[in-house]
Write a protein that binds this ligand. Structure first.
Ligand SMILES: NC(=O)C1=CN([C@@H]2O[C@H](COP(=O)(O)OP(=O)(O)OC[C@H]3O[C@@H](n4cnc5c(N)ncnc54)[C@H](O)[C@@H]3O)[C@@H](O)[C@H]2O)C=CC1
Ligand SMILES: O=C(O)[C@H]1O[C@H](OP(=O)(O)OP(=O)(O)OC[C@H]2O[C@@H](n3ccc(=O)[nH]c3=O)[C@H](O)[C@@H]2O)[C@H](O)[C@@H](O)[C@@H]1O
Length: 437
């Protein structure tokens, strides 16, 4: 099929190149000229394992030609279905901001006004229940001067990929959720995903309506975020008793009703989605008159973890005027994304204490510098350089590279290490504190 994907970020680029890999022809529409030129040059605009090879294979001068990018929405006219992969950030009050989705939907509708045959729009972005039917579909239809159902189908297909394993996750899903409110749209969505379902060994295909598909996404993220906050809450209890929360987690993970994944207690969750999606569904539920206590508690525990890390540091070092090494800036290993990274509140608290901050991350330093250009942070070329003459070290991201550090700690003025991610091996002469172990 000939598909269009609006938005070429972590999700849009990943699904566009994977759809090309699956045999579809794809045009990626983005407003960012640099992103478009990077893709058309056969290079990946984001750092994701396996993405660069697929982009080189399908886009650019030496590619199959199945993927191209443009800033021109008109390119959508020749396609059969369009995925909307636009940002759905949070407002200051935590509620979802659909303004970018509405802008993209309006541009899409204006373009579709010139199309004669039926077109299918598939919302990929994470949107609160009823957004597709009450906001996005009407915006497209009004701008196109078309009728939902007759000449316009609008469906919802939530995405579950994780950053750092985006390509692998998309090509090996545990489920494909097809949210549609009419059979014709559902059939088009099933046809789009048919090559993926076949290649991925027949994962579950969940066919439902659009608002249920929207909710499945929030429930998925809400459950995962709450699972992490629960193991962090239990981890904080363990710490008070001098118990290793990881030993406890290993044991309870053997119960297949709990499962061993997402039991790594520590600094908690960051990223572009868990924070905004938990806040968005909380705000949406409250607007409907229900107060989701558990989800609110998950957010509260998560916000507490950076504070606990600094309390452990304070117990060993008064960092005022002292050099503190921050190891890790990305919100998790395997990505250069710093959106809502736990490094941000940790660095804020260190700065508030008057510490001299020197940070290192294998790939995310440029993004952190761009996120907060005025921050008084020195950036080191290596973990060893960050540790040089430091009076303390806090570990924020569980990069594998930090697990092998050993004699580098000799360069510290004082070997005080507070580990937020259970990644550093304690060594002789080191004052080591684990956040929940
Ligand atoms: N990042 C992730 O791991 C996942 C994100 N999602 C959801 O997918 C959606 C997109 O997220 P990301 O890909 O992370 O966003 P992103 O910020 O990485 O990419 C968004 C892209 O849209 C482009 N854009 C903005 N306005 C536009 C417009 N009017 N027309 C065309 N392009 C426009 C931007 O230039 C950017 O390239 C969000 O709703 C997010 O919650 C869902 C699953 C995973
Ligand atoms: O909607 C999204 O954007 C995505 O959000 C998460 O994916 P992602 O945020 O990329 O990364 P995760 O691997 O889920 O980690 C999220 C955060 O939880 C933290 N985490 C994860 C696992 C764990 O055991 N403990 C823990 O603290 C990580 O450090 C990270 O800060 C979900 O896992 C994806 O399924 C979803 O599609």
């Amino acid at each position: 099929m000939y598909l269009s994907v609006i938005g070429s970020g972590y999700v849009g680029t990943t699904i566009a190149v994977c759809f090309a890999e699956l045999g579809h022809d794809v045009v990626n529409v983005d407003i960012d000229q640099e992103t478009v030129e990077t893709l058309n040059g056969g290079e990946a605009p984001i750092h994701e394992d396996g993405l660069a090879d697929l982009v080189a294979e399908h886009a650019g001068p030496n590619g199959t030609g199945r993927l191209r990018a443009t800033t021109d929405y008109e390119a959508i006219l020749e396609t059969e279905a369009t995925f909307l992969c636009l940002p759905t950030p949070q407002r200051d009050d935590g509620s979802i901001d659909l303004s970018i989705m509405r802008a993209g939907a309006a541009s899409l509708g204006e373009t579709l006004a010139a199309k004669d045959d039926r077109h299918t729009v598939i919302v990929k972005s994470t949107v609160i229940p009823r957004s597709t039917t009450d906001t996005i579909a009407p915006t497209v239809a009004d701008a196109a001067g078309k009728t939902i159902g007759a000449d316009l189908g609008v469906g919802m297909n939530p995405e579950f990929l994780r950053e750092g394993s985006a390509v692998r996750d998309f090509l090996n899903p545990d489920k494909v959720v097809l949210g549609a409110d009419d059979e014709q749209t559902r059939d088009v969505m099933a046809a789009v995903f048919e090559p993926l379902v076949e290649r991925a060994g027949n994962p579950a295909v969940v066919e439902t309506d659009t608002k249920t598909a929207e909710m499945i996404k929030y429930a998925n993220n809400g459950f995962l975020a709450t699972k992490i906050s629960l193991i962090n809450d239990i981890g904080n209890v363990c710490k008070e008793f001098g118990i290793d929360a990881y030993e406890v987690a290993d044991a309870i993970g053997l119960d297949d009703r709990i499962g061993e994944q997402f039991l790594r207690s520590g600094l908690g969750w960051g990223g572009s989605c868990f924070p905004k999606d938990t806040n968005a569904i909380i705000a949406a539920a409250k607007a409907e008159g229900y107060d989701p206590t558990m989800l609110e508690a998950a957010v509260e525990v998560n916000e507490h973890q950076p504070k606990r890390l600094l309390e452990l540091l304070d117990a060993h070092v008064d960092v005022a005027g002292k050099r503190v090494a921050v190891l890790g800036l990305a919100f998790k290993p395997g990505t250069d994304d710093v959106r809502n990274s736990r490094a941000v509140p940790v660095i804020e608290r260190l700065a508030a204490r008057g510490a001299e901050i020197v940070a290192y991350d294998p790939v995310a330093m440029e993004n952190m510098r761009a996120l907060d250009p005025d921050a008084d942070i020195a950036y080191a070329d290596s973990a060893a350089d960050a540790l040089d003459r430091a009076n303390a070290c806090v570990v924020v991201t569980d990069w594998d590279a930090f697990a092998t550090l050993d004699e580098e700690f000799e360069r510290m003025a004082e070997q005080v290490v507070v580990d937020g991610r259970r990644v550093v091996e304690p060594r002789r002469g080191m004052t080591y504190e684990g956040l929940t172990w």
